[in-house]
Design a protein around this ligand. Structure first.
Ligand code: MTE
Ligand code: MO
Length: 223
C-alpha cells in the first residue's frame, strides 16, 4: 500500500506527541468520558460501558504530521459514529446542528474535529491495539483514531468529548505551526496557511528530537 504524500514508513509505532518528556497520565480506577457541550444534559459515560457498544476492528496506517507513518496497525473499539448515534444524538435538542467536536485527553491535550470528519466510517474510539488493551504510551484507556487525518487529531487518553454548534475558540490562531483545520492526509493538509509540501522539511526536522523526548517520558512498554 502506498503512503500519503510526503510520508515515510517507520519501524514499529513510536510514542509521539506534545506531551513530550512527561510520562503518560495515570488511568483512573473507574475511567469515564464526560460528554458535554450543546446537549440538553451532560453525561458521564463509563469507559466500561462504551466498550459494550457494537464493536469494530480497523486495520490502518497512522500518519503523523511530522512525516512518519506507522503501518498496518490493528485497532479495536467502537466506531465514533455508533457512539454518536446511540449516546449523543438522543441528548440533542430538536433543531440542534452539531458542527465541531472537541476531544480532550487526561494530559490536557485537545483536538477539534469537524463533525463530518468525525463521522467518517474509519473513525474509532479505540481501546485495543494489535490484540492488546491499549497501553499508556498509545493512549490508555481509550483514544480517538482517525486514520484519514494527521495523528494530532487522534487524541489519546480520552476523558471528555464536547459537541459544538459553531467553531470553538482557536488556541493556535497566532502559532507559526498552526495546524490545518481538517488535516486530511491524502490532501496533505499539514499547515493552515502554507502548502503541505513547503512545510515538510521543517516538520521532518522535528521528528528526531520529539521522538527522543517522547521515548524518555514513555512507560517503557513501547512496542
Ligand atoms: N492526549 C494526547 N493525545 C495525543 C497527543 C498528545 O500529546 N496527547 N499527541 C498527538 C500526536 S501529535 C500524535 S502524532 C499522536 C501520536 O500517537 P502515539 O503516541 O500513539 O504514537 O497522538 C496524538 N494524540
Ligand atoms: Mo503528530
Amino acid at each position: 500500500m502506498s503512503l500519503p504524500p510526503g510520508q515515510r514508513a517507520v519501524a514499529g509505532f513510536p510514542r509521539f506527541g506534545t506531551h513530550l518528556h512527561r510520562p503518560p497520565p495515570p488511568v483512573p480506577a473507574d475511567p469515564v468520558i464526560v460528554i458535554g457541550g450543546a446537549l440538553t444534559e451532560s453525561l458521564e459515560l463509563p469507559v466500561d460501558d462504551l466498550a459494550k457498544l457494537p464493536r469494530q476492528e480497523l486495520r490502518a496506517d497512522f500518519h503523523c504530521v511530522a512525516g512518519w507513518s506507522a503501518t498496518g496497525l490493528l485497532w479495536e473499539g467502537v466506531a465514533f459514529a455508533t457512539f454518536y448515534r446511540t449516546q449523543v444524538e438522543p441528548l440533542l435538542a430538536p433543531g440542534t446542528s452539531v458542527s465541531h467536536v472537541v476531544f480532550e485527553g487526561l494530559d490536557g491535550y485537545r483536538s477539534v474535529v469537524l463533525i463530518e470528519d468525525a463521522l467518517a466510517h474509519d473513525v474509532l474510539l479505540a481501546d485495543r491495539l494489535d490484540g492488546q488493551p491499549l497501553n499508556s504510551d498509545h493512549g490508555a484507556p481509550v483514544r480517538l483514531v482517525s486514520p484519514g487525518q494527521y495523528g494530532f487529531v487522534s487524541t489519546k487518553h480520552l476523558c471528555r468529548v464536547d459537541f459544538h454548534t459553531t467553531r470553538p475558540p482557536d488556541p493556535d490562531r497566532f502559532s507559526p505551526l498552526a495546524a490545518h483545520f481538517r488535516a486530511r492526509v491524502w490532501q496533505e493538509e499539514r499547515h493552515r496557511r502554507l502548502p503541505g509540501r513547503v512545510v515538510r522539511p521543517v516538520y521532518r526536522a522535528l521528528i528526531a528530537p520529539i521522538r527522543a523526548l517522547s521515548a524518555r517520558g514513555g512507560s517503557r512498554r513501547t512496542r
